[in-house]
Design a protein around this ligand. Structure first.
Ligand code: ADP
Ligand code: MG
Length: 570
Protein backbone atom coordinates (compact mmCIF):
# COMPACT_ATOMS: atom_id res chain seq x y z
CA UNK A 1 0.00 0.00 0.00
CA UNK A 2 1.17 3.53 -0.73
CA UNK A 3 1.13 6.23 1.92
CA UNK A 4 -1.01 8.47 -0.24
CA UNK A 5 -3.83 5.91 -0.08
CA UNK A 6 -4.10 6.39 3.66
CA UNK A 7 -5.91 9.73 3.75
CA UNK A 8 -3.14 11.51 5.52
CA UNK A 9 -2.74 15.25 5.69
CA UNK A 10 -0.74 16.93 3.01
CA UNK A 11 1.89 18.02 5.52
CA UNK A 12 2.55 14.45 6.60
CA UNK A 13 2.64 13.15 3.04
CA UNK A 14 5.16 15.77 2.10
CA UNK A 15 7.37 14.89 5.06
CA UNK A 16 7.13 11.17 4.28
CA UNK A 17 8.15 11.87 0.72
CA UNK A 18 11.16 13.84 1.95
CA UNK A 19 12.17 10.81 3.96
CA UNK A 20 12.06 8.69 0.84
CA UNK A 21 9.21 6.42 1.93
CA UNK A 22 6.59 5.44 -0.63
CA UNK A 23 5.25 2.01 0.28
CA UNK A 24 3.92 1.42 3.78
CA UNK A 25 5.02 -1.58 5.75
CA UNK A 26 2.37 -4.10 6.70
CA UNK A 27 2.00 -2.89 10.26
CA UNK A 28 1.70 0.70 9.04
CA UNK A 29 -0.99 -0.16 6.50
CA UNK A 30 -3.02 -1.84 9.22
CA UNK A 31 -2.42 0.38 12.25
CA UNK A 32 -2.59 3.86 10.77
CA UNK A 33 -6.28 3.68 9.72
CA UNK A 34 -7.27 1.87 12.92
CA UNK A 35 -5.54 4.34 15.22
CA UNK A 36 -7.03 7.21 13.24
CA UNK A 37 -10.49 5.73 13.76
CA UNK A 38 -9.97 6.18 17.48
CA UNK A 39 -10.02 2.61 18.74
CA UNK A 40 -7.56 0.99 21.13
CA UNK A 41 -5.17 -1.40 19.50
CA UNK A 42 -2.56 -3.90 20.47
CA UNK A 43 0.03 -4.51 17.78
CA UNK A 44 2.42 -7.41 17.52
CA UNK A 45 5.25 -7.13 15.06
CA UNK A 46 9.00 -7.66 14.89
CA UNK A 47 11.64 -4.99 15.06
CA UNK A 48 12.46 -3.10 11.93
CA UNK A 49 8.91 -3.21 10.63
CA UNK A 50 8.33 0.52 10.97
CA UNK A 51 6.29 0.75 14.14
CA UNK A 52 7.39 4.29 14.93
CA UNK A 53 5.60 5.56 11.85
CA UNK A 54 2.72 3.16 12.49
CA UNK A 55 1.83 5.02 15.67
CA UNK A 56 3.75 8.27 15.16
CA UNK A 57 1.87 9.35 12.05
CA UNK A 58 -1.67 8.99 13.44
CA UNK A 59 -0.39 10.50 16.71
CA UNK A 60 0.77 13.75 15.13
CA UNK A 61 -2.35 13.90 12.99
CA UNK A 62 -4.46 13.80 16.15
CA UNK A 63 -2.86 16.90 17.64
CA UNK A 64 -5.04 20.01 17.62
CA UNK A 65 -4.05 23.45 16.36
CA UNK A 66 -5.04 25.10 19.65
CA UNK A 67 -2.75 24.89 22.62
CA UNK A 68 -4.18 22.18 24.80
CA UNK A 69 -1.13 20.98 26.64
CA UNK A 70 0.23 17.46 26.19
CA UNK A 71 -2.13 15.45 24.03
CA UNK A 72 0.00 12.42 23.19
CA UNK A 73 2.33 10.47 25.46
CA UNK A 74 4.62 7.77 24.10
CA UNK A 75 6.45 5.47 26.48
CA UNK A 76 9.61 3.68 25.35
CA UNK A 77 11.85 1.31 27.31
CA UNK A 78 15.18 3.11 26.91
CA UNK A 79 16.60 6.54 26.50
CA UNK A 80 17.98 5.68 23.05
CA UNK A 81 14.64 4.41 21.83
CA UNK A 82 12.88 7.49 23.19
CA UNK A 83 15.34 9.81 21.44
CA UNK A 84 15.12 7.82 18.23
CA UNK A 85 11.32 7.78 18.22
CA UNK A 86 11.21 11.49 19.00
CA UNK A 87 13.62 12.27 16.17
CA UNK A 88 11.59 10.26 13.72
CA UNK A 89 8.38 11.96 14.83
CA UNK A 90 10.03 15.34 14.42
CA UNK A 91 10.75 14.39 10.82
CA UNK A 92 7.16 13.34 10.17
CA UNK A 93 5.85 16.58 11.66
CA UNK A 94 8.35 18.96 10.14
CA UNK A 95 5.66 20.76 8.12
CA UNK A 96 3.31 20.89 11.10
CA UNK A 97 4.44 23.88 13.11
CA UNK A 98 1.81 23.29 15.74
CA UNK A 99 3.14 19.83 16.67
CA UNK A 100 5.80 20.15 19.33
CA UNK A 101 7.47 16.85 20.18
CA UNK A 102 9.67 16.60 23.25
CA UNK A 103 11.71 13.72 24.63
CA UNK A 104 12.17 13.11 28.35
CA UNK A 105 14.48 10.43 29.68
CA UNK A 106 16.75 9.74 32.58
CA UNK A 107 20.42 10.63 32.68
CA UNK A 108 19.84 14.03 31.11
CA UNK A 109 19.28 17.49 32.50
CA UNK A 110 15.91 17.88 34.17
CA UNK A 111 15.95 21.65 33.67
CA UNK A 112 16.34 21.46 29.92
CA UNK A 113 13.43 19.05 29.70
CA UNK A 114 11.30 21.26 31.96
CA UNK A 115 12.02 24.24 29.76
CA UNK A 116 11.05 22.33 26.65
CA UNK A 117 7.86 21.09 28.27
CA UNK A 118 6.98 24.63 29.29
CA UNK A 119 7.44 25.86 25.75
CA UNK A 120 4.24 24.14 24.77
CA UNK A 121 5.24 20.55 24.05
CA UNK A 122 2.13 18.65 23.04
CA UNK A 123 3.64 15.26 22.19
CA UNK A 124 5.95 13.73 24.77
CA UNK A 125 8.15 10.68 24.20
CA UNK A 126 9.76 9.34 27.32
CA UNK A 127 10.94 6.52 29.49
CA UNK A 128 8.45 5.57 32.22
CA UNK A 129 10.74 6.52 35.12
CA UNK A 130 11.44 10.04 33.92
CA UNK A 131 7.84 10.58 32.87
CA UNK A 132 6.77 9.66 36.42
CA UNK A 133 9.36 12.09 37.77
CA UNK A 134 7.98 14.95 35.73
CA UNK A 135 4.43 14.03 36.65
CA UNK A 136 5.26 14.13 40.35
CA UNK A 137 6.90 17.51 40.00
CA UNK A 138 3.90 18.71 38.04
CA UNK A 139 6.22 19.75 35.24
CA UNK A 140 4.33 17.31 33.03
CA UNK A 141 0.56 17.71 33.15
CA UNK A 142 -1.50 15.10 31.44
CA UNK A 143 -5.03 16.36 32.12
CA UNK A 144 -5.72 16.80 28.42
CA UNK A 145 -4.06 13.62 27.24
CA UNK A 146 -5.93 12.03 24.34
CA UNK A 147 -3.62 9.21 23.40
CA UNK A 148 -1.06 7.07 25.17
CA UNK A 149 1.24 4.71 23.29
CA UNK A 150 3.27 1.96 24.90
CA UNK A 151 6.08 1.11 22.48
CA UNK A 152 7.90 -2.19 23.08
CA UNK A 153 5.65 -2.88 26.04
CA UNK A 154 7.12 -6.31 26.76
CA UNK A 155 10.59 -4.83 26.95
CA UNK A 156 9.40 -2.15 29.38
CA UNK A 157 7.98 -4.86 31.64
CA UNK A 158 11.21 -6.85 31.40
CA UNK A 159 13.02 -3.77 32.58
CA UNK A 160 10.85 -3.52 35.64
CA UNK A 161 8.72 -0.57 34.59
CA UNK A 162 5.41 -2.28 35.32
CA UNK A 163 4.59 -0.23 38.40
CA UNK A 164 5.49 3.05 36.76
CA UNK A 165 3.43 2.21 33.71
CA UNK A 166 0.39 1.27 35.77
CA UNK A 167 0.81 4.42 37.82
CA UNK A 168 0.82 6.53 34.67
CA UNK A 169 -2.15 4.67 33.18
CA UNK A 170 -4.15 5.23 36.36
CA UNK A 171 -3.32 8.90 36.48
CA UNK A 172 -4.28 9.97 32.98
CA UNK A 173 -7.82 10.78 31.78
CA UNK A 174 -10.04 7.75 31.27
CA UNK A 175 -11.38 9.14 28.03
CA UNK A 176 -8.37 8.42 25.92
CA UNK A 177 -7.01 6.08 23.30
CA UNK A 178 -4.55 3.45 24.47
CA UNK A 179 -2.19 1.94 21.92
CA UNK A 180 0.20 -0.83 22.72
CA UNK A 181 2.98 -2.43 20.68
CA UNK A 182 4.78 -5.51 21.83
CA UNK A 183 6.89 -8.14 20.11
CA UNK A 184 5.64 -10.83 22.50
CA UNK A 185 2.38 -11.26 24.41
CA UNK A 186 3.22 -12.64 27.85
CA UNK A 187 0.46 -12.77 30.51
CA UNK A 188 1.61 -9.53 32.11
CA UNK A 189 0.94 -7.69 28.85
CA UNK A 190 -2.49 -9.24 28.54
CA UNK A 191 -3.22 -8.19 32.12
CA UNK A 192 -2.44 -4.56 31.30
CA UNK A 193 -4.52 -4.83 28.16
CA UNK A 194 -7.49 -6.16 30.10
CA UNK A 195 -7.30 -3.54 32.75
CA UNK A 196 -6.38 -0.41 30.85
CA UNK A 197 -7.48 -0.84 27.27
CA UNK A 198 -10.98 -0.48 25.99
CA UNK A 199 -12.04 -3.33 23.75
CA UNK A 200 -8.66 -3.40 21.99
CA UNK A 201 -8.26 -4.75 18.47
CA UNK A 202 -5.31 -7.02 17.92
CA UNK A 203 -3.08 -6.41 14.91
CA UNK A 204 -0.68 -9.25 14.34
CA UNK A 205 1.91 -9.30 11.63
CA UNK A 206 3.00 -12.85 11.06
CA UNK A 207 6.66 -13.26 10.48
CA UNK A 208 7.26 -14.37 6.98
CA UNK A 209 10.19 -16.28 5.72
CA UNK A 210 10.83 -14.70 2.42
CA UNK A 211 12.08 -16.69 -0.51
CA UNK A 212 15.50 -17.26 0.97
CA UNK A 213 15.25 -20.78 -0.43
CA UNK A 214 16.17 -19.69 -3.93
CA UNK A 215 19.27 -17.92 -2.65
CA UNK A 216 22.53 -19.76 -2.25
CA UNK A 217 24.21 -18.59 0.92
CA UNK A 218 27.87 -18.73 1.71
CA UNK A 219 30.20 -17.18 4.18
CA UNK A 220 33.89 -16.43 4.31
CA UNK A 221 35.98 -16.35 7.45
CA UNK A 222 38.34 -13.46 6.85
CA UNK A 223 40.97 -12.20 9.28
CA UNK A 224 39.78 -8.87 10.60
CA UNK A 225 41.60 -6.01 8.99
CA UNK A 226 41.56 -7.81 5.64
CA UNK A 227 37.92 -7.49 4.81
CA UNK A 228 38.38 -4.76 2.23
CA UNK A 229 40.94 -6.88 0.34
CA UNK A 230 38.67 -9.89 0.63
CA UNK A 231 35.83 -7.86 -0.83
CA UNK A 232 38.00 -6.93 -3.81
CA UNK A 233 38.91 -10.58 -4.32
CA UNK A 234 35.29 -11.59 -4.36
CA UNK A 235 34.25 -8.88 -6.78
CA UNK A 236 37.11 -9.75 -9.10
CA UNK A 237 36.55 -13.47 -8.88
CA UNK A 238 32.77 -13.57 -9.24
CA UNK A 239 32.33 -10.47 -11.39
CA UNK A 240 28.67 -10.00 -10.44
CA UNK A 241 26.59 -8.07 -12.95
CA UNK A 242 24.95 -6.03 -10.22
CA UNK A 243 25.64 -6.41 -6.55
CA UNK A 244 24.71 -4.81 -3.27
CA UNK A 245 27.14 -4.68 -0.38
CA UNK A 246 25.70 -4.08 3.07
CA UNK A 247 27.61 -2.44 5.90
CA UNK A 248 26.41 -1.76 9.44
CA UNK A 249 27.53 1.86 9.63
CA UNK A 250 27.56 4.94 7.44
CA UNK A 251 31.27 5.32 8.10
CA UNK A 252 31.97 1.85 6.78
CA UNK A 253 29.90 2.58 3.68
CA UNK A 254 32.05 5.62 2.98
CA UNK A 255 35.29 3.80 3.66
CA UNK A 256 34.47 0.84 1.47
CA UNK A 257 33.12 3.04 -1.32
CA UNK A 258 36.36 5.01 -1.35
CA UNK A 259 38.48 1.87 -1.30
CA UNK A 260 36.61 0.21 -4.16
CA UNK A 261 36.24 3.23 -6.42
CA UNK A 262 39.95 3.97 -6.04
CA UNK A 263 40.61 0.45 -7.33
CA UNK A 264 38.51 1.11 -10.39
CA UNK A 265 35.28 -0.59 -9.37
CA UNK A 266 32.08 1.09 -10.50
CA UNK A 267 30.69 1.50 -7.00
CA UNK A 268 28.71 4.10 -5.07
CA UNK A 269 27.52 4.41 -1.50
CA UNK A 270 24.05 5.02 -0.11
CA UNK A 271 23.30 6.03 3.45
CA UNK A 272 21.01 8.06 5.61
CA UNK A 273 23.24 11.12 5.87
CA UNK A 274 22.91 11.77 2.17
CA UNK A 275 20.33 14.22 0.84
CA UNK A 276 17.35 12.75 -0.92
CA UNK A 277 18.49 14.18 -4.27
CA UNK A 278 21.89 12.58 -3.87
CA UNK A 279 20.31 9.25 -3.00
CA UNK A 280 18.06 9.35 -6.05
CA UNK A 281 21.08 10.17 -8.19
CA UNK A 282 22.94 7.12 -6.92
CA UNK A 283 19.89 4.90 -7.33
CA UNK A 284 19.37 6.03 -10.91
CA UNK A 285 22.98 5.25 -11.76
CA UNK A 286 22.62 1.82 -10.22
CA UNK A 287 19.35 1.07 -11.97
CA UNK A 288 20.71 2.17 -15.32
CA UNK A 289 23.87 0.11 -14.87
CA UNK A 290 26.30 3.05 -14.85
CA UNK A 291 27.50 1.67 -11.56
CA UNK A 292 27.11 -2.00 -10.74
CA UNK A 293 28.03 -2.05 -7.08
CA UNK A 294 25.81 -0.37 -4.50
CA UNK A 295 27.18 -0.11 -0.99
CA UNK A 296 24.52 0.65 1.58
CA UNK A 297 23.36 0.63 5.17
CA UNK A 298 20.21 -1.29 6.04
CA UNK A 299 18.17 1.80 6.60
CA UNK A 300 19.15 3.46 3.34
CA UNK A 301 18.47 0.31 1.38
CA UNK A 302 15.09 -0.34 2.96
CA UNK A 303 12.36 -0.47 0.39
CA UNK A 304 14.81 -0.35 -2.48
CA UNK A 305 13.65 -2.69 -5.15
CA UNK A 306 16.03 -3.21 -8.03
CA UNK A 307 15.65 -6.16 -10.32
CA UNK A 308 18.70 -7.98 -11.58
CA UNK A 309 20.85 -7.89 -8.46
CA UNK A 310 22.63 -11.23 -8.74
CA UNK A 311 24.80 -11.06 -5.64
CA UNK A 312 24.37 -9.60 -2.18
CA UNK A 313 27.38 -9.24 0.07
CA UNK A 314 27.16 -8.79 3.79
CA UNK A 315 30.36 -6.94 4.40
CA UNK A 316 29.30 -6.77 8.04
CA UNK A 317 27.18 -9.41 9.67
CA UNK A 318 23.82 -7.71 10.22
CA UNK A 319 22.85 -6.83 13.78
CA UNK A 320 19.45 -8.39 13.43
CA UNK A 321 18.35 -11.66 11.80
CA UNK A 322 15.49 -9.91 10.06
CA UNK A 323 17.95 -7.52 8.47
CA UNK A 324 19.77 -10.47 6.99
CA UNK A 325 16.56 -11.66 5.36
CA UNK A 326 15.86 -8.16 4.07
CA UNK A 327 19.36 -7.86 2.71
CA UNK A 328 19.65 -11.14 0.89
CA UNK A 329 16.10 -10.70 -0.37
CA UNK A 330 17.49 -8.08 -2.76
CA UNK A 331 18.68 -10.91 -4.91
CA UNK A 332 16.78 -13.99 -6.01
CA UNK A 333 13.77 -11.88 -6.84
CA UNK A 334 10.89 -13.04 -8.97
CA UNK A 335 11.90 -16.68 -8.90
CA UNK A 336 15.42 -15.97 -10.10
CA UNK A 337 18.28 -17.50 -8.24
CA UNK A 338 20.77 -15.36 -6.42
CA UNK A 339 23.77 -15.67 -4.20
CA UNK A 340 24.53 -14.12 -0.86
CA UNK A 341 28.01 -13.97 0.63
CA UNK A 342 28.71 -12.97 4.20
CA UNK A 343 32.07 -11.96 5.58
CA UNK A 344 32.78 -12.77 9.18
CA UNK A 345 35.94 -12.12 11.05
CA UNK A 346 35.83 -13.62 14.49
CA UNK A 347 34.74 -16.66 16.39
CA UNK A 348 31.75 -14.97 17.96
CA UNK A 349 30.40 -14.32 14.52
CA UNK A 350 30.60 -18.01 13.70
CA UNK A 351 28.14 -18.56 16.52
CA UNK A 352 25.99 -15.67 15.45
CA UNK A 353 25.89 -17.05 11.97
CA UNK A 354 24.99 -20.44 13.30
CA UNK A 355 22.03 -19.09 15.18
CA UNK A 356 21.10 -16.99 12.15
CA UNK A 357 21.16 -20.12 10.04
CA UNK A 358 18.79 -21.81 12.47
CA UNK A 359 16.52 -18.81 12.51
CA UNK A 360 16.13 -18.65 8.76
CA UNK A 361 16.10 -22.43 8.48
CA UNK A 362 18.64 -22.42 5.70
CA UNK A 363 22.20 -23.56 5.35
CA UNK A 364 25.01 -21.04 5.14
CA UNK A 365 28.06 -22.81 3.84
CA UNK A 366 31.62 -21.77 4.40
CA UNK A 367 33.57 -21.07 1.28
CA UNK A 368 37.23 -20.36 0.84
CA UNK A 369 38.29 -17.12 -0.68
CA UNK A 370 39.50 -17.64 -4.21
CA UNK A 371 43.25 -17.56 -4.58
CA UNK A 372 44.96 -14.84 -6.49
CA UNK A 373 46.13 -17.32 -9.12
CA UNK A 374 42.53 -18.45 -9.70
CA UNK A 375 41.46 -14.90 -10.35
CA UNK A 376 44.33 -14.33 -12.75
CA UNK A 377 43.64 -17.60 -14.59
CA UNK A 378 39.97 -16.74 -14.88
CA UNK A 379 40.78 -13.42 -16.41
CA UNK A 380 43.13 -14.95 -18.95
CA UNK A 381 40.64 -17.67 -19.82
CA UNK A 382 37.98 -15.05 -20.37
CA UNK A 383 40.20 -13.07 -22.65
CA UNK A 384 41.19 -16.18 -24.57
CA UNK A 385 37.61 -17.27 -24.99
CA UNK A 386 36.81 -13.79 -26.26
CA UNK A 387 39.55 -14.11 -28.83
CA UNK A 388 38.44 -17.52 -30.00
CA UNK A 389 34.82 -16.42 -30.08
CA UNK A 390 35.67 -13.44 -32.25
CA UNK A 391 34.35 -14.18 -35.71
CA UNK A 392 36.36 -11.66 -37.68
CA UNK A 393 39.58 -12.70 -39.38
CA UNK A 394 42.70 -10.66 -38.63
CA UNK A 395 43.20 -7.95 -41.24
CA UNK A 396 45.92 -8.41 -43.78
CA UNK A 397 48.00 -5.57 -42.36
CA UNK A 398 47.77 -6.99 -38.85
CA UNK A 399 48.78 -10.41 -40.08
CA UNK A 400 51.76 -8.91 -41.86
CA UNK A 401 52.90 -7.01 -38.78
CA UNK A 402 52.65 -10.12 -36.69
CA UNK A 403 54.59 -12.13 -39.20
CA UNK A 404 57.32 -9.50 -39.28
CA UNK A 405 57.62 -9.57 -35.50
CA UNK A 406 57.77 -13.34 -35.57
CA UNK A 407 60.55 -13.29 -38.10
CA UNK A 408 62.60 -10.29 -37.02
CA UNK A 409 62.44 -10.39 -33.24
CA UNK A 410 62.53 -14.11 -33.03
CA UNK A 411 59.43 -14.34 -30.82
CA UNK A 412 57.19 -17.35 -31.00
CA UNK A 413 53.44 -16.91 -31.52
CA UNK A 414 52.84 -18.01 -27.89
CA UNK A 415 55.21 -15.35 -26.64
CA UNK A 416 53.47 -12.63 -28.59
CA UNK A 417 50.08 -13.77 -27.32
CA UNK A 418 51.49 -13.79 -23.80
CA UNK A 419 52.82 -10.27 -24.11
CA UNK A 420 49.55 -8.99 -25.51
CA UNK A 421 47.54 -10.65 -22.75
CA UNK A 422 49.87 -9.19 -20.18
CA UNK A 423 49.54 -5.72 -21.61
CA UNK A 424 45.80 -6.06 -21.79
CA UNK A 425 45.44 -7.35 -18.22
CA UNK A 426 48.27 -5.62 -16.42
CA UNK A 427 46.17 -2.88 -14.92
CA UNK A 428 43.47 -5.25 -13.74
CA UNK A 429 46.03 -7.63 -12.30
CA UNK A 430 47.78 -4.84 -10.44
CA UNK A 431 44.52 -4.18 -8.64
CA UNK A 432 44.29 -7.66 -7.21
CA UNK A 433 45.58 -7.42 -3.68
CA UNK A 434 48.05 -9.98 -2.37
CA UNK A 435 47.34 -11.85 0.76
CA UNK A 436 47.32 -15.32 2.13
CA UNK A 437 44.53 -16.67 4.24
CA UNK A 438 44.41 -19.57 6.62
CA UNK A 439 41.94 -22.07 5.23
CA UNK A 440 39.52 -24.20 7.18
CA UNK A 441 36.30 -25.66 5.88
CA UNK A 442 33.19 -25.90 7.97
CA UNK A 443 29.51 -25.42 7.46
CA UNK A 444 26.83 -24.04 9.69
CA UNK A 445 24.25 -26.76 10.24
CA UNK A 446 20.58 -25.99 9.94
CA UNK A 447 19.54 -28.59 12.49
CA UNK A 448 17.77 -27.03 15.40
CA UNK A 449 20.15 -28.24 18.04
CA UNK A 450 21.08 -31.73 19.06
CA UNK A 451 18.64 -33.95 20.83
CA UNK A 452 18.99 -34.39 24.52
CA UNK A 453 19.61 -37.94 25.61
CA UNK A 454 20.49 -39.09 29.09
CA UNK A 455 24.03 -40.14 28.33
CA UNK A 456 24.73 -37.12 26.11
CA UNK A 457 23.64 -34.44 28.54
CA UNK A 458 25.79 -31.85 30.23
CA UNK A 459 24.65 -29.57 33.00
CA UNK A 460 25.29 -25.87 32.99
CA UNK A 461 25.00 -23.41 35.83
CA UNK A 462 23.50 -19.98 35.31
CA UNK A 463 24.18 -17.28 37.88
CA UNK A 464 20.58 -16.35 38.60
CA UNK A 465 18.17 -18.10 40.91
CA UNK A 466 15.23 -17.76 43.26
CA UNK A 467 16.68 -14.65 44.83
CA UNK A 468 16.58 -13.01 41.40
CA UNK A 469 12.96 -14.09 41.01
CA UNK A 470 13.88 -16.49 38.25
CA UNK A 471 11.46 -19.19 37.14
CA UNK A 472 12.23 -22.10 34.81
CA UNK A 473 10.37 -20.53 31.90
CA UNK A 474 12.60 -17.44 32.09
CA UNK A 475 15.65 -19.65 31.79
CA UNK A 476 14.17 -21.66 28.95
CA UNK A 477 13.10 -18.49 27.17
CA UNK A 478 16.57 -17.02 27.45
CA UNK A 479 18.16 -20.25 26.21
CA UNK A 480 15.91 -20.50 23.19
CA UNK A 481 16.41 -16.84 22.40
CA UNK A 482 20.17 -16.88 22.68
CA UNK A 483 20.88 -20.20 20.98
CA UNK A 484 18.17 -20.33 18.36
CA UNK A 485 17.66 -23.96 19.46
CA UNK A 486 14.29 -25.45 20.25
CA UNK A 487 12.89 -25.62 23.77
CA UNK A 488 12.80 -29.38 23.71
CA UNK A 489 16.56 -29.50 23.19
CA UNK A 490 16.91 -28.63 26.85
CA UNK A 491 16.37 -30.94 29.79
CA UNK A 492 15.68 -30.49 33.46
CA UNK A 493 15.88 -26.95 34.84
CA UNK A 494 16.47 -26.58 38.57
CA UNK A 495 16.29 -23.27 40.38
CA UNK A 496 18.39 -22.75 43.51
CA UNK A 497 18.67 -19.62 45.61
CA UNK A 498 21.55 -17.96 43.80
CA UNK A 499 21.88 -20.02 40.65
CA UNK A 500 20.04 -22.39 38.37
CA UNK A 501 21.08 -25.47 36.44
CA UNK A 502 19.95 -26.77 33.09
CA UNK A 503 20.61 -29.97 31.22
CA UNK A 504 21.81 -29.24 27.72
CA UNK A 505 22.93 -31.44 24.82
CA UNK A 506 26.59 -32.27 25.17
CA UNK A 507 27.17 -31.66 21.47
CA UNK A 508 26.11 -28.05 21.71
CA UNK A 509 27.72 -27.36 25.06
CA UNK A 510 30.48 -25.04 23.95
CA UNK A 511 28.16 -23.11 21.73
CA UNK A 512 25.57 -22.73 24.48
CA UNK A 513 28.14 -21.64 27.06
CA UNK A 514 29.46 -19.09 24.68
CA UNK A 515 26.25 -17.49 23.51
CA UNK A 516 24.59 -17.58 26.94
CA UNK A 517 27.42 -15.99 28.86
CA UNK A 518 26.67 -12.36 29.63
CA UNK A 519 23.11 -12.53 28.31
CA UNK A 520 20.14 -11.35 30.35
CA UNK A 521 17.65 -13.59 32.07
CA UNK A 522 14.59 -11.72 33.28
CA UNK A 523 16.58 -8.51 33.13
CA UNK A 524 19.58 -9.82 35.04
CA UNK A 525 22.92 -10.21 33.31
CA UNK A 526 24.23 -13.70 34.00
CA UNK A 527 27.40 -15.67 33.77
CA UNK A 528 27.20 -19.28 32.68
CA UNK A 529 29.52 -22.19 33.31
CA UNK A 530 29.73 -25.91 33.00
CA UNK A 531 28.50 -27.54 36.13
CA UNK A 532 29.03 -31.22 35.53
CA UNK A 533 29.62 -33.52 32.64
CA UNK A 534 27.80 -36.82 32.58
CA UNK A 535 28.22 -39.87 30.43
CA UNK A 536 31.36 -41.38 29.07
CA UNK A 537 33.19 -38.44 27.62
CA UNK A 538 36.56 -39.52 28.96
CA UNK A 539 38.41 -37.42 26.49
CA UNK A 540 37.19 -34.21 27.94
CA UNK A 541 37.36 -35.17 31.59
CA UNK A 542 41.01 -35.95 31.12
CA UNK A 543 41.51 -32.42 29.93
CA UNK A 544 39.48 -30.96 32.74
CA UNK A 545 41.21 -29.56 35.72
CA UNK A 546 38.98 -30.84 38.48
CA UNK A 547 37.56 -34.32 37.99
CA UNK A 548 34.27 -34.08 36.18
CA UNK A 549 34.15 -30.39 36.71
CA UNK A 550 35.92 -28.13 34.32
CA UNK A 551 36.93 -24.86 35.79
CA UNK A 552 35.98 -21.50 34.40
CA UNK A 553 39.59 -20.97 33.49
CA UNK A 554 39.96 -24.10 31.45
CA UNK A 555 36.80 -23.41 29.55
CA UNK A 556 37.87 -19.93 28.64
CA UNK A 557 41.18 -21.25 27.49
CA UNK A 558 39.54 -23.87 25.40
CA UNK A 559 37.19 -21.53 23.65
CA UNK A 560 39.53 -18.63 23.40
CA UNK A 561 41.75 -18.06 20.39
CA UNK A 562 40.06 -18.66 17.12
CA UNK A 563 42.68 -21.04 15.82
CA UNK A 564 42.25 -23.59 18.57
CA UNK A 565 38.54 -23.37 18.20
CA UNK A 566 38.56 -23.93 14.48
CA UNK A 567 40.79 -26.95 14.71
CA UNK A 568 38.54 -28.44 17.35
CA UNK A 569 35.27 -27.99 15.50
CA UNK A 570 34.72 -30.17 12.52
P1 ADP B 1 10.50 -0.78 14.57
O1 ADP B 1 10.10 0.20 15.61
O2 ADP B 1 9.36 -1.64 14.10
O3 ADP B 1 11.69 -1.58 14.94
P2 ADP B 1 11.28 1.57 13.13
O4 ADP B 1 10.07 2.38 13.28
O5 ADP B 1 12.43 1.89 14.01
O6 ADP B 1 10.94 0.02 13.26
O7 ADP B 1 11.71 1.60 11.60
C1 ADP B 1 12.86 0.97 11.14
C2 ADP B 1 13.47 1.74 9.99
O8 ADP B 1 12.65 1.65 8.84
C3 ADP B 1 13.62 3.22 10.27
O9 ADP B 1 14.86 3.62 9.79
C4 ADP B 1 12.53 3.88 9.46
O10 ADP B 1 12.89 5.18 9.08
C5 ADP B 1 12.38 2.95 8.30
N1 ADP B 1 11.03 2.89 7.75
C6 ADP B 1 9.88 2.83 8.44
N2 ADP B 1 8.82 2.77 7.62
C7 ADP B 1 9.31 2.78 6.36
C8 ADP B 1 8.71 2.74 5.06
N3 ADP B 1 7.39 2.65 4.90
N4 ADP B 1 9.52 2.79 4.00
C9 ADP B 1 10.86 2.87 4.15
N5 ADP B 1 11.49 2.91 5.34
C10 ADP B 1 10.73 2.86 6.45
MG1 MG C 1 10.61 0.76 17.47
Amino acid sequence: MKFNELQLSEEVLRAIEDMGFTETTEIQAKSIPMIKSGIDIIGKSNTGTGKTAAFGIPAIESISYEKKGVEVLILCPTRELAMQACDEIKKFSKYMGWVKPCAVYGGASMDRQILELKRGANLVVGTPGRVMDHMRRRTLKLDNLKMIILDEADEMLNMGFREDIECILQDIPEERQTIMFSATMPPAILAITNQYQNNPQMIKIEQKYRTVDTIEQYYFDVPSGMKIEAMQYLLLAYEPKASMIFCNTKKMVDELTDALTSKGFKAAGLHGDMKQAQRSFVMDKFKSGKINILIATDVAARGIDVSGVDVVFNYDLPQDNEYYIHRIGRTGRAGKSGTAYTLISNRKQVYELRSLSKYIKAEIIEKELPERSEIVNNKILKLVSKVSAASEQPLREEAEIILSILNKEGYSAEEIAGILINMRLSKELRNIPEFELPKVKKSVPKSSGSKLTKDKAAKIEISAGKLNRIAPNFILGALVEATGMQGRSFGKIEIFDKYSTVEVPEADLEYILDVMDNTKVNGKRVSVKLCERRGSDKQSSRHSSGGGRRSEHSRRKNLGGSKGFKRKRK
